[in-house]
Design a protein around this ligand. Structure first.
Ligand code: ZN
Length: 327
């Protein structure tokens, strides 16, 4: 039997636009300030960062950064690369135009209170190019603004990890561990996500989850340890009931109080509220035995060891810089 192949549906030919619009290729543009056209600039080199061109004194740039001098001096002989807009020295992708300009602005104008973005760019370029004086300036302001609460600890963590600044890891992680900074308050904020990696967020999330689990685990009423000699059988129910009531009415509300106050910290709840507990209706030795056992629980120190573990897992080695710039 003849089988006619099924007729394919009529092919729709997509309508072609009459004239394919040619998107003009936009080449790099000259920076309005840092593209120097002065004829007195005899050692000018053209540099391209992302889509911006700069023309600056080679010796000026080399003086600020040993790294720059050592990498680009190779071309200084015949200066083909860097000689014109058509043949610029193209900076690696990791050096953004903003970061490069952070270096250029530094010598141009002094800022009393530089912006967060400026500081991050300045840290990035000064770490990449071993520009000690710029790094010192940017790092001091960055740290100061962080301690003043002007820069979010997650941004500090991201910048510290990316640029190899171990000194900032611990204060950033410990700030993020605080109950007053819940993950939900920042983990979807674009201004912060821009600076942190997925690994950073996952490790901080794990820390926050562990902290919360440690707190809720302590809410369970710990078993009472009766002193069998002094707490007789017919008193034990009263004894246990009093302990249970103390835990549920005094300890648990404090455990569920999420703020940065001292008396909401686990160490304080353990060593103060529980260790010094006076529980009416409970036999003296039963209370002593029970408290002794309860305060030995490692959970009271969770807010110390959990962030310490996170610090360890997020730690980075110091990114070494070349010797200080010579003047
Ligand atoms: Zn008892």
């Amino acid at each position: 039997m003849d089988q006619t192949p099924p007729t394919p549906p009529p092919t729709q030919i997509p309508e072609q636009p009459d004239e394919p619009e040619m998107m003009p290729t936009i080449g790099p543009t000259r920076h309005p300030k840092f593209y120097c056209i002065s004829p007195t600039l005899t050692d000018g080199i053209v540099i391209q960062a992302q889509n911006t061109l700069y023309r600056l004194s080679f010796h000026g740039l080399a003086r600020g950064s040993h790294f720059f001098a050592s990498v680009f001096s190779i071309n200084n002989g015949d200066l083909k690369e860097g000689s014109s807009d058509e043949c610029p020295i193209i900076l690696p992708e990791s050096i953004t135009s903003d970061a490069f300009e952070a270096y250029l602005w530094y010598d141009t104008k002094y800022e009393e209170n530089p912006s967060q973005e400026y500081l991050i760019n300045a840290i990035s370029i000064s770490r990449s190019w071993s520009i000690q004086h710029l790094f010192g300036y940017a790092f001091d302001h960055f740290r100061r603004q962080f301690f003043l609460g002007q820069i979010h600890p997650a941004v500090v963590l991201g910048v510290a990890r990316k640029n190899g600044i171990p000194d900032l890891i611990e204060p950033a992680v410990k700030a993020l561990a605080k109950p007053s900074i819940p993950l939900a308050s920042w983990c979807t904020s674009p201004g912060i996500l821009h600076h942190v990696t997925l690994e950073d967020i996952c490790k901080i999330s794990r820390m926050k989850e562990k902290l919360w689990t440690a707190r809720t685990a302590l809410c369970k009423v710990p078993p009472i340890v009766h002193d069998l000699a002094s707490c007789l059988q017919d008193h034990r129910n009263i004894c246990s009931g009093s302990w249970r009531q103390f835990w549920l009415l005094e300890v648990v509300p404090r455990l569920l109080e999420l703020n940065d106050e001292l008396d909401s910290r686990l160490v304080w709840i353990g060593t103060d509220l529980v260790a010094k507990a006076k529980v009416e209706g409970m036999a003296r030795l039963c209370l002593a035995n029970t408290v002794q056992k309860v305060v030995a629980n490692a959970g009271w120190r969770a807010e110390i060891w959990i962030p310490e573990g996170a610090v360890e897992s997020l730690m980075v080695p110091e990114r070494m810089m070349l010797a200080p710039d010579s003047e």
